[in-house]
Design a protein around this ligand. Structure first.
Ligand SMILES: NC(=O)c1ccc[n+]([C@@H]2O[C@H](COP(=O)([O-])OP(=O)(O)OC[C@H]3O[C@@H](n4cnc5c(N)ncnc54)[C@H](OP(=O)(O)O)[C@@H]3O)[C@@H](O)[C@H]2O)c1
Length: 251
């Protein structure tokens, strides 16, 4: 197994992508510490993992709150002895579908502030322990892409670009301490769009049409790549982004 005896913290572990990554990490032998604002959502994922024979803990943590993030990271280390992987997979409160010309400053800046602050706080909390350990992996969802015609992303693209910039700097600061920093990026994961969502078919069709492979990444794809990148098999990868867009984003 790729992640045997690894202690992994997943912020947003009750979400669609966070849950998929948590299940993949647990399948590969990791202990998963799920953090988010709603305990019931986290517990649902944790129960599935436990039912499959995995080990999962849950904690109420607002990733925007420095004290909560620090105390949770300290508690994980006190219980498990280390944080080997930290993955920020929270949502950013972005507003999509509204042109910038019609958007309020609050709606535009919310994803940017949320992404930068939570990436800073969660990475800082993990880095303080990983630096001492001399090892660790910090992961985040980023993604630099070309602007889409006729689709409005609000501040989300700026948020993803900021995460990529933080990935580069963190990787250079933490590399000498044995800590790797990697982002994942996709061109969209259709399973994250709820069934019955207005315009779902057109959105999914659009995502698939932009790929070279003629299909989009699945949640399993995201989990499998995340588990590999988090594992020691990827020990040469840092300051890098794993492109799992099926060819819709060209490096
Ligand atoms: N969907 C895609 O195709 C796609 C592609 C690329 C990247 N991404 C990115 O991947 C991330 C996850 O997407 P998703 O589709 O899994 O979203 P999701 O299902 O809405 O899950 C996001 C999770 O984040 C938690 N959360 C939000 N704010 C938080 C905070 N301040 N502190 C702690 N937890 C918080 C939410 O739980 P609570 O509200 O209970 O805290 C929720 O469980 C997003 O950043 C998204 O932009 C998605």
């Amino acid at each position: 197994m790729l992640l045997e005896s690894k202690n992994t913290v997943i912020y947003g572990g009750g979400g669609v992508i966070g849950g998929a990554v948590a299940r993949a990490f647990a399948r590969e032998g990791a202990t998963v510490f799920l953090a988010g604002r709603t305990l019931a959502r986290l517990e649902k994922v944790a129960e599935e993992i436990r039912a499959a024979g995995g080990v999962a803990r849950t904690a109420e943590v607002d990733a925007l709150d420095a004290k909560m993030v620090d105390e949770h990271a300290d508690a994980v280390v006190a219980e498990a002895g280390s944080i080997d992987v930290s993955f920020n997979l929270i949502s950013h409160g972005d507003v999509q579908g509204t042109p910038m010309a019609d958007m309020s400053p609050e709606d535009y800046e919310r994803p940017v502030v949320t992404a930068v602050r939570t990436m800073f706080l969660t990475s800082r909390a993990a880095a303080r322990h990983m630096r001492r350990q001399g090892s660790g992996v910090i992961l985040a969802f980023g993604g630099s892409g070309h602007p889409l015609r006729d689709y409005y992303l609000g501040g989300l693209q700026v948020a993803f670009e900021a995460i990529e910039s933080m990935r580069r700097q963190l990787a250079s600061e933490l590399g000498p301490h044995g800590v790797r920093v990697v982002t994942l990026r996709t061109g969209g994961v259709p399973e994250t769009i709820p069934e019955g969502f207005e315009g779902r078919e057109a959105i999914v069709g659009g995502i698939e049409k932009m790929t070279m492979l003629g299909r989009a990444a699945t949640l399993d794809d995201v989990g499998n790549v995340a588990a590999f990148v988090a594992s020691d098999r990827a020990r040469a990868m840092t300051a890098a982004t794993a492109n799992i867009s099926c060819g819709s984003l060209v490096d």
